[in-house]
Design a protein around this ligand. Structure first.
Ligand code: MN
Ligand code: MN
Length: 447
């Protein structure tokens, strides 16, 4: 018996997983590059699942063990399920991640011209450090829905042949009085040629002419659109050893993608019905029609219960609230409590509780649940570490776990630990990403 517990690097503990992790992450990087906003993530995940035989959920249908279904919530969130062989009253095994990320949304009247430039006003979404979003290659993604119902998918800047967009910053020579970047400073430059005939707003006219020619849209279509400005760069390997990935949107596609790949790699029909949730709106508090405060996940589970006792099914269910954690950063050690911080590539990060300053706003997993999950991980060679998000009085953060607990579902917080969380390019370890996949498989098959 080992009296003391020592943390060890995952590449030393599981050397055989190195190549598997590197291979696995090639698919993850592609997923990130295709899914820069939640709509595109849902689209790509449904494409992957459909190829694996998942079909759209139908209300009122009686599903049989082994059937694979998905339910899309307003194109911005999706639930995947594989029906298990046990009675549904024995409970669901659920993993829940979110696919929205911090970004800059366009305002409803975004376009203006000034100083010989055409620009777009933005309103940032989620917790961003505004100074990180200037002087950066940016892409424009989203949906324009015209008043006649016609939908125009917008994705400009992700293909290397596309133009990209840009937010300016002050030059150091003139930045003496600049304290910070304000929200209203995050204005995206989109053009600089005036229309030769327009007497008023010639710069704006020229861009609107191009938009109309290429996409058939007019200025009023911005009033209804879901358009976001996101980093244009693709996911890339980091380090001489290529052991990490820097990318936009790790939080929280780094947990969503493994949920799905785990569902796709189940061996045979699982005992319990396994459910993977890709939620939206987590970064702003989970409210709204596609956030996890909405009843759509519980409603979907109730539908799967049919005439069986849904209350009993919920009471016997368990969920992994799959979301990122903060990895210890040796450059900024003062905000972390090192003994209780996750380290990059030391395994999936498990938090008994989240919240901030006195565990405020969190659901805490009971000892029995942690012990049971850790036993499953031990038995299935899943590398894990415990983790708390920073020093007690420094801050903290929440996840969707409390909204699952609201439905009387046991829930545990687990995820991949990141450096530079919420930055335009976040950093994560490949071994941790691969073990997030292994953790989901072990949970689905053994809980
Ligand atoms: Mn998150
Ligand atoms: Mn976040």
């Amino acid at each position: 018996m080992e009296l003391m517990k020592k943390k060890k690097n995952g590449y030393l503990l599981c050397p055989d997983d190195r190549q598997a992790a590197y291979d696995y992450c090639e698919g993850y990087k592609q997923f990130l590059d295709k899914g820069k906003i939640e709509r595109f993530c849902v689209e790509e995940a449904v494409r992957i699942a459909s190829e694996a035989g998942f079909v759209p959920f139908e209300y009122g249908k009686n599903y049989l063990p082994g059937e694979k279904i998905y339910f899309v919530q307003h194109d911005r969130a999706v639930i995947f399920a594989v029906i298990g062989s046990s009675p549904v009253t024995e409970g669901f095994n659920i993993t829940a991640a979110h696919v929205d990320c911090p970004r800059l949304d366009l305002k409803q009247v975004p376009m203006y011209e000034d100083g010989g430039l055409t620009l777009l006003k933005t309103h940032y979404y989620g917790g961003v450090r505004k100074y990180q979003w200037v002087a950066l290659p940016l892409a424009l993604c989203g949906l324009v829905c015209k008043r006649n119902g016609e939908k125009v998918r917008i994705e400009i800047g992700n293909d290397p042949s596309d133009p990209i967009f840009y937010i300016s910053d002050l030059l150091p020579h003139l930045a003496k009085d600049q304290k910070e970047i304000a929200g209203e400073d995050l204005n995206v430059i989109i053009g600089s040629i005036p229309d030769s005939e327009a007497e008023e707003t010639p710069y704006k006219t020229e861009i609107l002419r191009i938009l109309n020619e290429k996409y058939g849209i007019t200025e009023e279509d911005f009033e209804t659109a879901d358009l976001s400005v996101v980093p244009a760069e693709k996911a890339r390997d980091i380090g001489f050893d290529r052991s990490m990935i820097s990318a936009y949107g790790h939080d929280d596609r780094i947990c969503a993608y493994p949920e799905l790949t785990a569902l796709l790699s189940l061996r045979g029909i699982p005992k319990k019905t396994c459910v993977a949730v890709f939620a939206d709106r987590e970064e702003v508090g989970s409210m709204g029609i596609s956030g996890l405060r909405c009843s759509y996940v519980a409603d979907f589970l109730k539908e799967l219960c049919g005439t069986e006792n849904a209350l009993q099914a919920f009471a016997n269910s368990c969920a992994l609230s799959a979301d990122v954690n903060a990895a210890f950063d040796p450059t900024f050690p003062s905000v972390y409590e090192k003994r209780n911080s996750a380290l990059v590539n030391h395994g999936v990060a498990v938090s008994k509780y989240t919240g901030s300053r006195g565990k405020g706003g969190c659901s805490e997993a009971p000892a029995e649940l942690l012990a049971r999950i850790f036993k499953i991980f031990d038995d299935n060679n899943v590398l894990y570490q415990t983790s708390e998000l920073g020093k007690v009085d420094q801050g903290g953060g929440g996840t969707v776990s409390q909204f699952l607990a609201d439905h009387n579902i046991l829930v545990l917080d687990i995820g991949v630990a990141l450096l530079s969380m919420h930055a335009p390019y976040e950093l994560a370890g490949k071994l941790d990403i691969y073990h997030m996949h292994k953790a989901c498989v072990a949970f689905y098959e053994n809980y």
